[in-house]
Design a binder for this molecule. Structure first.
Ligand SMILES: NC(=O)c1ccc[n+]([C@@H]2O[C@H](COP(=O)([O-])OP(=O)(O)OC[C@H]3O[C@@H](n4cnc5c(N)ncnc54)[C@H](O)[C@@H]3O)[C@@H](O)[C@H]2O)c1
Length: 438
């Protein structure tokens, strides 16, 4: 493929040199004459392990060159990869000036091309950028229509400086946010020799995935460091702790606990987080990440309450009260907290959860209910039908084999608040359904 690469920084240089190594014909574009000259002389303009050799070989083989002229690079190419910087603006926002300038340059060149050209943005940009900024700009300047006259993708990059050449050939995944199927097919073809799972999705999902990736990496570092600092203050070897921690691939380093849904609760997580933060306080150690987790959880619960209040309806039915299915444990159950908030807001609440029998609750479970939700027996309905018949709003706050039938029987006038991400097939099409974070 003939490919142009806009921006010859870390991402652009590595991408250009590696694509050339794969046999493609690459023309890099940069606004810096020094970077362009450097490439054309067979030198890498950035210091990166193995890159100097890769660039010099590719230039000698006639597979890689660079120019200051966008039109020259785009003219013969079928694909342009935008790898320009997106640095932080004054208030932390992503500065899109470089991306938009590159889009202008590509679009001007597109005015004169006849073949179908794909513009794939590799720079990290906020969700929505392609649809609201880049595509309108490309269309206006090129005087052409995206999806008809040229294609657009968001195609995030996951290389890490220091090991970027290895990362390029062994990525964890290939994500293609596509506007048009033709461009998605072109990128799938480009990456065919590279072994990695390919995800073709919407532009916005791909843009968000990239931010989720980097936020999670940062979160993991901060988490490990707070656990490290706490361990040190207790004279515990943090590396021994984390060595064992990461070996748990069932609960810790795993997809578990990574689905957006209702707040966490139950007898362990809130209590133990509070206790760990108390340990930090005693050690006079600031752990802002760990200390903010319960606050984040309670804000999430407030969002659920707000969803119900925003309906303006008075009669609310809650399906599911226990903190997790297959248990009758109500301790710090988020659904209990939700019921409490709704009662405080003056709503008439009915609850159905066949796992909860107040007369059978014992020990700490019973103490929790007596303290936090003493009116529980009065709120509990005997059957699902009783709640459905008396409620204007139905809140699904848990799962149980009985619930899907009830949801299917909802009337058009009833509003469904989904806190558990029901499958779309289980919700009747006439029902007004509102999800918590989807
Ligand atoms: N560095 C990384 O490890 C990494 C990894 C994944 C994603 N990213 C993302 O990739 C993007 C690029 O990152 P980077 O570290 O390579 O940036 P960088 O600052 O090293 O390089 C950007 C290059 O773009 C050039 N440029 C600016 N405007 C241009 C234009 N209109 N036309 C042509 N060239 C232009 C600059 O002169 C510069 O050489 C960023 O959005 C970044 O967030 C970076």
């Amino acid at each position: 493929m003939r490919i142009s690469v806009f921006g010859l920084g870390y991402v652009g240089c590595v991408t250009g040199a590696c694509l050339a190594r794969m046999g493609h014909e690459v023309c890099g574009v940069d606004i810096s004459a020094a970077k362009v000259d450097s490439i054309n002389q067979g030198h890498s303009p950035v210091a990166e392990k193995g890159l100097e050799r890769l660039v010099s070989r590719a230039v000698r083989a006639g597979k890689l060159r660079a120019t200051l002229e966008p039109a020259e690079a785009v003219a013969g190419a079928v694909l342009s990869l935008v790898c320009v910087g997106t640095p932080s603006g004054r208030k932390g926002e992503a500065n899109l000036d470089y991306v938009l300038r590159a889009a202008d340059d590509i679009a001007r060149a597109l005015r004169y091309t006849r073949r179908y050209h794909t513009v794939a943005v590799r720079s990290t940009v906020p969700p929505g950028t392609l649809e609201t900024c880049v595509i309108p700009r490309l269309e206006r300047v090129a005087r052409k229509r995206a999806g008809r006259d040229f294609g657009v993708c968001f195609h995030p990059e996951s290389l890490r400086e220091g090991s970027s050449i290895h990362d390029f050939f062994h990525p964890p995944k290939t994500v293609i946010g596509s506007y048009d199927a033709r461009s998605a097919r072109r990128l799938i073809e480009l990456w065919r020799p590279i072994k990695a799972p390919v995800f073709v999705t919407s532009l916005r999902v791909a843009e968000m995935v990239k931010y989720a990736d980097n936020a999670f990496h940062a979160l993991k570092v901060a988490f490990a460091n707070e656990i490290g600092a706490l361990s040190k203050s207790l004279e515990i070897d943090s590396h021994e702790v984390m060595k064992i921690f990461v070996r748990d691939t069932k609960l810790n380093i795993s997809p578990l606990y990574l689905k957006p849904g209702l707040a966490f609760g139950g007898p362990c997580l809130p209590k133990d987080l509070r206790a760990l933060c108390a340990v930090a306080r005693r050690a006079r150690l600031e752990v802002p990440l760990l200390s903010s987790v319960l606050e984040s959880n309670s804000r999430h619960l407030q969002r659920a309450t707000q969803l119900v209040l925003a309906t303006g309806r008075q009669k609310v039915g809650i399906l599911g009260l226990v903190f997790k299915s297959d248990t009758d444990d109500l301790r710090e159950s988020p659904a209990c907290a939700l019921v409490k908030s709704l009662l405080r807001a003056g709503k008439e609440v009915r609850v159905y959860d066949p796992r909860v029998r107040p007369e059978r609750l014992i020990g700490a479970n019973r103490d929790f209910v007596e303290r936090e939700l003493p009116q529980l027996s009065r709120l509990l309905a005997q059957s699902l039908q009783e709640v459905l018949a008396s409620s204007e709003v139905i809140v699904v706050a848990g799962t149980h084999p009985e619930f899907p039938d009830g949801i299917r029987a909802l009337k058009k006038r009833q509003i469904l608040i989904d806190l558990v991400r029901l499958s779309p097939r289980s919700v009747p099409s006439v029902t007004r359904s509102v999800g918590l974070c989807w």
